[in-house]
Design a protein around this ligand. Structure first.
Ligand SMILES: NC(=O)c1ccc[n+]([C@@H]2O[C@H](COP(=O)([O-])OP(=O)(O)OC[C@H]3O[C@@H](n4cnc5c(N)ncnc54)[C@H](O)[C@@H]3O)[C@@H](O)[C@H]2O)c1
Length: 394
């Protein structure tokens, strides 16, 4: 917890040795006592004048279709929107200031003017909807997770992305939390070295279920929705989980009782321990039972330093810029810790610059699939299971 952080100087002081003595004793170069943390004045530099022609689908309980600021991005023209439910379709048109709509995603993807689609539909439809978009020659950004409880859907999705050569991005909000972004910058600058141990936690107290299309949320396996947590390792390091042992907790909420949900799921909370591809350990959880707690958070502990929140403690003397990139004028930072605007801008920039987005198909599967295997492990009382790997071609 940030409030409990003991900084390096304080810790060494408690041990009765100064930082110089400690560093010498450890055979290390003497690091700066407090890492410098530059905060340069951020100025947005436009990439291009071009407008990407976007379609938006899904205006459900979370109103996600309109919540990512596509309609406010200077490089976006919203061509059309869709939701199966007419009221929601109307609402999305209004929220996106768009005069055109289609009755379904399946109809919208046939519009030849649209180049890219934001899929903000129900989680069980994501993989199928993204493949439908890609097969119609359009780039796609999807709400999380990439697939819903199915490794096979992940394999098919990857094949489709490879075959079409189009951009695929998963809009994992934790990836652009200020802390997770700062950890990624520190990692890339060598401030952690190999990660010994990491933690990612998603708490969403659910005494009453949240509504959802065809009740997909009702009683669903917690770690089928793992990406807010797994982002705190995969989204920082780009490394992978290789095996898992997971414990499921049987809470008391009615949707998780025998026969009460279509998943035959009894677990309200799941806590997984992963082995990582660099020989470390990572604890990732999704908990619905803890009263009042609604938060996504994580920590990184490496051979060269550790971090919680945006406070770095370790051997890197001069930190890189840890601030998130500036957004184009008019694009709101948006919800989930100001991550929505960043995700939209990353997707649009990747199209304009013809490069891979941060959370491309490989990273998306590396954040999603381990949770599916973790749930299988929980069903077998924590049996250790291997995790299928989907690595990008080198
Ligand atoms: N922090 C986060 O990243 C975060 C937070 C909340 C929700 N989400 C994700 O956002 C997505 C949307 O969440 P929600 O609660 O609004 O979902 P929801 O289930 O309430 O709504 C889904 C909507 O998709 C529409 N839809 C389904 N199939 C369609 C089709 N073929 N064509 C057109 N419309 C179709 C439905 O009519 C419905 O209105 C979910 O996948 C969820 O996982 C992510």
């Amino acid at each position: 917890m940030p409030g409990h952080a003991v900084d390096r100087r304080g810790f060494l002081g408690q041990l009765g040795i100064g930082p110089l003595g400690a560093a010498m004793a450890a055979g290390l170069a003497v690091p700066g006592l407090a890492a410098e943390h530059p905060k340069p004045e951020a100025k947005y530099e436009p990439i291009s004048d071009r407008k990407v022609r976007v379609g938006i689908v899904g205006y459900g309980v979370c109103r996600f279709g309109a919540d990512f600021g596509f309609q406010d991005h200077p490089n976006v023209e919203i061509v059309a929107v869709s939701d199966l439910i007419p009221d929601r379709r109307e609402g999305l048109m209004k929220a996106c200031r768009c005069g055109k709509s289609y009755e379904s995603l399946e109809a919208l993807v046939k519009d030849p003017k649209i180049e890219a689609v934001f899929v903000a539909t129900d989680a069980p439809s994501h993989a199928r909807h993204c493949m439908e978009v890609l097969k119609h020659g359009k780039h796609v950004m999807t709400a999380v997770p990439a697939t819903w409880g199915s490794v096979e859907d992940g394999e098919m999705l990857l094949e489709t992305v490879k075959q079409t050569g189009l951009k695929y991005m998963m809009a994992e909000t934790s990836c652009y939390h200020a802390a997770c972004h700062a950890m990624r910058m520190v990692y890339r600058a060598g401030g952690f070295g190999r990660v010994v141990y990491s933690e990612g936690e998603y708490y969403h107290y659910l005494p009453k279920p949240i509504d959802s299309f065809n009740n997909w949320r009702l009683g669903s396996p917690p770690l089928w929705y793992p990406t807010h947590s797994t982002a705190y390792y995969v989204g920082v390091t780009g490394k992978r989980f290789t095996s898992v042992s997971c414990i499921g907790f049987r809470g008391t909420f009615p949707p998780y009782q025998p026969g009460a949900n279509k998943y035959n799921n009894r677990f309200t909370d799941e806590i997984a321990l992963f082995e990582t591809s660099e020989g470390g350990a990572s604890r990732m959880s999704m908990c619905t039972s803890v009263p009042g707690r609604v938060e996504e958070t994580g920590r990184i502990y490496g051979e060269r330093g550790w971090m919680e929140g945006t406070q770095y403690h370790g051997l890197l003397a001069r930190l890189p810029n840890l601030e998130r990139p500036p957004l184009p004028p008019g694009v709101p930072p948006g919800g989930h810790g100001g991550s929505h605007g960043q995700l939209t801008h990353e997707f649009i920039s990747a199209i304009l610059q013809d490069r891979q987005p941060l959370v491309n198909i490989y990273e998306a599967l590396a954040m999603t699939i381990p949770g599916i295997i973790a749930h299988r492990s929980a069903l077998k009382d924590g049996e250790t299971m291997k995790i299928p790997q989907f690595d990008p071609p080198t």
